[in-house]
Each structure stands twice: as C-alpha cells, then as structure tokens.
Design a protein around this ligand. Structure first.
Ligand code: PMP
Length: 315
C-alpha cells in the first residue's frame, strides 16, 4: 500500500492520507507548535496479530505534552486507544508499524503564540522496519549541540519544534562518521541521545539520568527500569551522569520506541569495555523484544491487540 492510500484519522474521522491536508501557513508547521507521540505495533505472524506497545502510556504522555503547550486533545486516553486500534485494523497491517499521533496549532495566519489558537488532532501510521542497523552496536559521539533545557522549552513534553535540536545533533554525528549523538545538558551533564534515552552499566548497577536532567521521560526507559529491577534484580540509579562516566562504563545502551534497546560500542572513539554487547544489555534487549513480540505471557498487558475478536471493516 502506498502511503497516500493509507487511512489516517484527522478532522474527527477516518480519511485517506491524501485527503487530510495541512495549509502552508499553519502555525504548527511554521512555528513548531505541536506535540506528538511515536508508538510501535509489532506483527506476530504466528498469531496473525498486530500488537500495539504500551498504548495507554503514550497517550497519557500526549495529554501531558498537550497540557504543557496549552493544547487540547479532543479524546480521552481510552478513546485514543480505540481509535488507534480501529485505524490499524482499517489499514489491514500484517507487518511492524509506527503510529504517529499529532496535536498541533492549526490557525493559518501570522503571529507566534499558543493561547487562543485552535488545535487540530491527527493520527497517521506507516510500516516500519529498523530505526538503526545496529547488530554491531552504535558508534556514538558527544554532540557539540546541548540538549534544550527545560528553562528554554519543556524538556519532558514531546514537542515538534524541539526536534530541531535532535536533528542538528543527529546530522552532525552522522556527517562526522558516527551513528548517534549523546547530548549534554547546558550544565554539562549527560542528557540523552537524539531521540532515545541513555543507560550505563557500571559494576552490575544500571544508571540513567533522572527526569530532571532535561530528558524526555521515555516510555521504553520506564519499561526497561522496571524490567531491570523486577526480572534481573539489578539496582537502578537515576542521577546526573558525567561525560567521563560514559567512557569508563562497562556497558552503554539507548532505549526508545523506534530504537528498542540498542547497545553503544564506543563513545568519542573510546570503546565501551571490549566493544561488544554486554550481558545486562543483552538480557534486557532480548526480554524487551520477546515482550513486544507477544512471547512473554506475564507481560501481555503491555500490548493491545488490533485484530483479536474484531471484524475488520474496510476504509
Ligand atoms: N528522548 C527523545 C528526545 C525522544 O525523541 C525519544 C523518542 N520518543 C526518547 C527519548 C525515547 O522515548 P520513548 O521510549 O518514549 O520512545
């Protein structure tokens, strides 16, 4: 199926992608005044089921982002989950997908502001393969771009305009021959990757910047923290991290909805341990992958099935 033929949710109904238009002067496009989510659906071929991962948590974060930006999401978390399931079913996906809900200021005039401007809400979906080609791990560098500080724009909201920061860091890293950037906050502590949270293993403990370190509070981050504690019995410490702690780490990995759990083999040309995936990272990655594929009965509640018990309606 071509993208323009896919079904989206916009203007309060299901439309074809190319029927849902955004005008050139739209505030969200010109001023970055929008917030969004990235949600994954994993196709389980054995069960012929598309399972959506931690749907509720993503829509709760969307509501939080919108509240921070004086925007209104026209549906409750439950309604959003139902619409998303219906949308995936209408697209009849039998492959992994990425789901992109978006709230944005949709006035078409000039004058940057948030208050008193109408909002629009949409959800689009797209088939999705891999975010990184990461079997050998990622070569990371510390970016010359600092992570946007919460005193400049809300760090814990997933804001469209904020992604210029991520785009600058990611492209700088790639143009310099690295795979991914590690961004420091303006106070010099480690924040996160361009679109992923960062974890460090040292002497059997797991460390990650706490939520006051100008990071997006990742849904995958939270999932990995709970898996590390509950399933691996590892102590998890959330605190400010220094750049040189990364160089001295035993293992380093990124987490994100798109990224999954992906190990870092070097930072600024310094190999992390022997440059191969470490045992804690491997255990967490494998467990997370089994969970999202629906192979861990204990964690079925993290998944929302698309097709189970429903009649698939044509768009
Ligand atoms: N930080 C940033 C800046 C991101 O864009 C993302 C991706 N949403 C993450 C962290 C990881 O968050 P999540 O696990 O919710 O995808």
């Amino acid at each position: 199926m071509k993208l323009y033929e896919s079904t989206v949710y916009a203007q309060g109904r299901f439309l074809r992608y190319d029927e849902a238009r955004v005008g050139l002067l739209t505030h969200g496009l010109n001023y970055g005044t929008g917030c969004f989510e990235g949600i994954r659906g994993y196709w389980n071929a054995d069960e012929r089921e598309l399972n959506l991962v931690l749907l509720r948590e993503h829509f709760e974060r969307l509501h939080t982002s919108a509240r921070i930006l004086l925007m209104h999401v026209p549906h409750s978390v439950e309604e959003l989950a139902e619409i998303t399931v219906e949308l995936c079913a209408r697209n009849r996906y039998e492959e992994n997908v990425y789901i992109r809900p978006l709230v944005y200021k949709n006035a078409e005039d000039v004058g940057v502001r948030l208050a008193g401007v109408d909002d629009a809400f949409a959800i689009a979906t797209i088939p999705f393969k891999h975010y990184y080609d990461a079997t050998a791990g990622l070569k990371a560098c510390v970016s010359s771009w600092r992570r946007i500080d919460d005193t400049m724009a809300p760090a814990r909201a997933k804001i469209t305009g904020g992604y210029i920061n991520a785009a600058l860091a990611k492209s700088e890293a790639q143009m310099n021959g690295f795979d991914e950037a590690v961004m420091l906050s303006s106070d010099g502590h480690v924040a996160e990757g361009s679109a992923a949270n960062l974890f460090l293993v040292k002497r059997g403990k797991l460390f990650t910047p706490d939520p006051t370190q100008n990071v997006l509070e990742g849904i995958t981050r939270r999932a990995i923290i709970s898996l590390a504690k509950d399933e691996l019995g590892i102590e998890v410490v959330e605190r400010a991290l220094d750049r040189s702690e990364l160089y001295a780490g035993d293992e380093l990995f990124f987490t994100g909805t798109a990224a999954g759990v992906v190990f870092v083999n070097s930072v600024d040309h310094r190999p992390i341990a022997d440059g191969r995936i470490g045992s804690v990272t491997r255990a967490l990655r494998d467990l997370y992958e089994r969970i999202v594929l629906g192979r861990e009965p204990k964690y079925r509640a993290w998944l929302t099935p698309t097709y189970a018990g429903r009649r698939v309606t044509a768009a």
